[in-house]
Design a protein around this ligand. Structure first.
Ligand SMILES: Cc1cc2nc3c(=O)[nH]c(=O)nc-3n(C[C@H](O)[C@H](O)[C@H](O)COP(=O)(O)O)c2cc1C
Length: 376
């Protein structure tokens, strides 16, 4: 695969600048493996609690699993207590993690029953203590994922980034929204740009990147070292190979139908092997709905596939539909933007929008409404 340039995190070299976002309930080991095969070199795990007493659960075991993935294992941990986080990180390191990512980007009440995730951004001293403790106990690199701040009135991303650099964090991912914004409005990239200017550790820009053109314009605008794609990869894992081609200025190879068909069917197969048939089929329904979400011709298929109970039936129905489906639709409509647009037209449009959106004019709700949002 042709790539443009890579990124170095601690002593680890990644061959390109693309990361799949950690997404609880989505970026499970099979999906991470698929995205890494299609060009995402960094594929952090879904967040796992710092309370290691819960690690025996099936869910945590799955999240900790590397499952046939050859890329460095990045384990993301969420918590609030420096000692607990450091012990959990050490345990993950001893179990084979190559990098520990600390989650300060999510409202993790569900995980810790305490302020954690992005709530920590309100308490820079606690952020420092957490990072110092975790880093002092580990030999592997520690990275951090944050939002731009608690709320639009308190965007302290630059302050947190400086603390992170000072403590020895090896790379920082920034989602261009505050906690108050949850997932509303548009991601803003001005704070990410300011953060990049303020520190010299690698910065990974995240938020609303759903096309090669957007990836490039975010990289250009923020000067970030890498980008992270989350929701834009749902039902669209080939977005990574498209972005890679676009960034390396190589002609985007058309994914042949046979590849698309094989990718989807192999994804289903991997879900059955990883989860077993019962759960695999249920997880498969979700991904199939995303693969075919934008196709009018898939309406019937989508309705039928969510009722299917066995792996054999699910595979058969999917294969049957794929064999009769205009395959270009799958590729072109799998992106949330719908039809593929002309590169130059899109680039101009995104650059024009850059000024408004990237300069923090995104609309979002206030801090009160930040309350306890959940992902999804
Ligand atoms: C369903 C879902 C689950 C998520 N789970 C996590 C998580 O476990 N850890 C984390 O740091 N961020 C999590 N996120 C946030 C994403 O990593 C990412 O920062 C966010 O979706 C913005 O990127 P995007 O616009 O490319 O989706 C989650 C997001 C979604 C939609």
């Amino acid at each position: 695969m042709t790539t443009d340039v890579g990124i170095r995190i601690g002593d680890m070299e990644f061959s390109n600048r693309l990361a799949l976002a950690p997404m609880a309930g989505i970026s499970d080991p099979p999906f991470r493996r698929l995205c890494s095969q299609l060009g995402a070199t960094m594929t952090p795990s879904e967040m796992i609690t710092a309370d290691t007493r819960l690690w025996k659960s099936k869910k945590s075991q799955r999240r900790l699993s590397a499952w046939r993935n050859k890329t460095p294992q990045i384990i993301q941990i969420a918590g609030f207590d420096p000692d607990m986080l450091a012990s959990a990180a050490l345990k993950a390191q001893n179990q084979g993690a190559s990098i520990i990512d600390i989650n300060m980007g999510c409202p993790a009440k569900k995980v810790c029953r305490r302020l954690a995730g992005s709530a920590l951004l309100r308490d820079p001293n606690l952020v420092r203590r957490i990072l110092q403790q975790v880093i002092s106990r580990l030999t592997i690199p520690v990275t951090l994922k944050i939002r731009t701040g608690w709320c639009p009135e308190s965007r302290n991303g630059v302050e947190i980034a400086r603390i992170a650099e000072d403590c020895g964090v090896a790379a920082l991912t920034v989602h261009g929204r505050t906690r108050a914004c949850k997932f509303s409005g548009h991601a803003e990239y001005e704070t990410i740009r300011q953060i990049k200017k303020s520190v010299s550790i690698p910065i990974i820009a995240n938020g609303d990147i759903d096309s090669p053109e957007k990836a490039k314009s975010v990289l250009d605008y923020t000067s970030a070292d890498a980008i992270m794609v989350g929701r834009g990869a749902r039902g669209n894992p080939w977005i990574f190979s498209k972005i890679n081609s676009y960034l390396s200025d190589t002609l985007q190879p058309e994914l042949p139908f046979i590849s698309v068909r094989d990718i989807i069917l192999a994804h289903l197969d991997s879900l059955y092997s990883f989860y077993g048939e019962f759960t695999g089929v249920r997880v498969g329904r979700k991904h199939l709905t995303w693969y075919f979400q934008h196709q009018d011709s898939a309406r019937d298929f989508r309705q039928r596939i969510v009722r299917v109970e066995t792996a054999q039936e699910q595979l058969k129905l999917t294969q049957f539909f794929l064999d009769r489906s205009p395959y270009k639709e799958i590729i072109e409509y799998s992106s949330p933007q719908g039809k593929r647009v002309d590169r130059i037209k899109e680039q101009k449009k995104t650059t024009r929008q850059t000024k408004d959106r990237y300069e923090g004019n995104s609309t979002c709700r206030n801090a009160k409404q930040a309350a306890w949002g959940t992902y999804g």
